[in-house]
Design a protein around this ligand. Sequence first.
Ligand SMILES: [Zn+2]
Length: 120
Amino acid sequence: MTTVRTKSEQGMMMSTTTIRAHLVELKKELEGRLARIAAEREERNAPDNDQWSDQASLHGRDDEQFAVQLAASNELIQVNDALSRLDTGHYGFCTVCGEPIEAERLEVLPYAVRCKVHAV
Ligand SMILES: [Zn+2]
């Protein structure tokens, strides 16, 4: 186990190992969620399945599921980005001012790309 710390020691006291573990966990969770949605949709689309014969509820559920799926895939993209930034050593710096992102912010949002000041 390496405990390489990011460039800035003052703001970033969390080791990248901890952050990576956190991101990998998030990634697994998101991939699991997406897989479940895909599996459920496949099951529902099976011709011999009349569980979803009510068209109205089918549509409502589709919209809802689509929103969940979209949110999960967007989050997954950000998690993967953060992981590749960790690999290249660019992790944890604000894309606006280049300053290190606050450790407590990264703890809550490990794939954050902006500091508190520049958070949208
Ligand atoms: Zn900033």
